[in-house]
Structure formats: C-alpha cells, structure tokens
Design a protein around this ligand. Structure first.
Ligand SMILES: [Zn+2]
Ligand SMILES: [Zn+2]
Length: 243
C-alpha cells in the first residue's frame, strides 16, 4: 500500500536532480550530466587527515603536514572534493534552506567514513555561535549529525561542544589566520563533561577547509578526556593541508 502511494506521489511530483533540478527517476539523486561533476574522495589518502594522494602509498602512510605536526584527531575523512558542484549543494544546504539535503549528505558520510563511524560512541557537531545560529536559524553541522545518527544508530549529542566567541567568517582568511581565528573558541558543555570521558567522538561538519576548526574542536574534546576524535565532513578543499 505504501508502495502504491509512493508511486502515485512520484507520478504527480516527479523527482528532481539535486543539482540542476532536471527530472530524474529516483529520489535524492543526480541526473546523468551532473553525477560526474561530483568527485568522490577515495584511497590512497593520508591515514590521519585523509589528504588524497595522487600516487599509491603504503597503508598507514601520512602526509607531510601530519608528519610535521600530528593533529589531535585520530582520523578525518570527507566524502567529496569541494568543487563547483559540491559547493553549490553545500551553500544551498547552509544558507538556502536546503535542509532536505541532510539525509543525502548523511548517506555520503556513511560511505566515506564507515570505519570511523563503527569506532565511535557519540556524534558531536561543530557548533555555531548562538548569534550566528539566530541569524541562520539552524546549524548545518547539527542537521548532518542528526541525520547521521539516524542512519548509523550512534547517539547524537547536539550540544556536546559549545562555541563561546563569535569569530569572523573563515571565508576570507589565510590558513594561518584561520588557525588563530578558532583557537580557544570551543568548550565541552559542562553537562557532557563526564559523559565524554574515555569515549570516542565523531565530530561532524560540512566542509574541511584548512582543518583549523576541527583541529581546535578535537583538541578541546581530547583535553576534556575523550579517548579519540574522528572527523567526518561532506567535502574537503583540495590542496595542501592546514598551517
Ligand atoms: Zn542534474
Ligand atoms: Zn595528513
């Protein structure tokens, strides 16, 4: 019966390509022309930060940035390269009320981070400052975390981390400025301090740019007693890692 209604609904409201809005056969998908525009990140990549290598490496190899300074998180993975196409989707999700993309992104996160998810005890989103939350009305990382929790069954702690200072938007800053910009802005919420001790946390965000945000957020979680932090983002800016 449910099937019948779904088919009937599809008849009246056709599915649309996530990117160009052309009619497509199945829900939450892309048309044949748009599909190749999204580039998925796959191995070989840095075992720690997920930086993609364009040559084969031994399993467990690290990129130059992680060898120089080991990040506080154990592993970071992203589903897609930050390209024109993925940027369009993410900006719609973030600023354009495209909240229906959360479950689609969550499926991509599962594909990119299956191992990280299976290691994690809790999902925590990168928080927004309350003033930005008020303006935007929702935290895109929290929507992702919630959808991922729904898919994976891993408990979701939407307020596990708090952001205490309003930082200038990261968009226009250099990697070094980004790094300083988010230093000391995160804290573990008092009510979750005991809960996170000895646990493995999956930190979720939309984009990994310089890695500065997740670097500091992970540092705070580890300092608060978390056993390990894993990072999962929808997209990653191609190019050398942080700092
Ligand atoms: Zn399309
Ligand atoms: Zn690395």
């Amino acid at each position: 019966m449910k099937d019948f209604f779904q088919k009937a609904l599809t008849f009246f409201i056709p599915h649309r390509c996530l990117l160009c809005r052309e009619e497509v056969l199945s829900a939450e998908s892309l048309c044949g022309a748009c599909w190749p525009k999204l580039s998925y990140i796959s191995s070989p990549q840095c075992d720690c930060c997920g930086f993609p290598f364009d040559f084969e490496v031994e399993q467990g190899s690290l990129c130059a940035a992680c060898i120089q300074k080991k990040p506080p998180f154990t592993k970071a993975r992203s589903a897609l390269f930050y390209s024109e196409a993925s940027k369009t989707l993410i900006l719609r999700f973030k600023h354009g009320d495209g909240t229906e993309l959360a479950p689609v992104f969550a499926k991509w996160l599962v594909r990119a981070g299956r191992d990280l998810i299976s290691e994690s005890d809790f999902i925590v989103p990168v928080p927004l400052h309350w003033s930005r939350l008020l303006k935007r009305r929702y935290n895109q990382a929290a929507l992702l975390g919630k959808a991922l929790s729904h898919l994976s069954g891993i408990p979701f702690l939407p307020l596990g981390l708090k952001r205490y200072e309003k930082t200038p938007s990261q968009g226009v800053l250099s990697a070094r400025q980004r790094f300083k910009n988010v230093k000391n802005v995160f804290r573990v919420s008092k009510s979750y301090q005991k809960k996170l001790i000895g646990k493995r946390v999956l930190l979720v965000d939309d984009v990994y740019t310089s890695g500065a945000t997740v670097y500091h957020a992970s540092k705070v979680l580890i300092k608060a007693g978390a056993d390990a932090v894993y990072v999962l983002t929808v997209a990653r800016v191609q190019g050398p890692s942080r700092l």
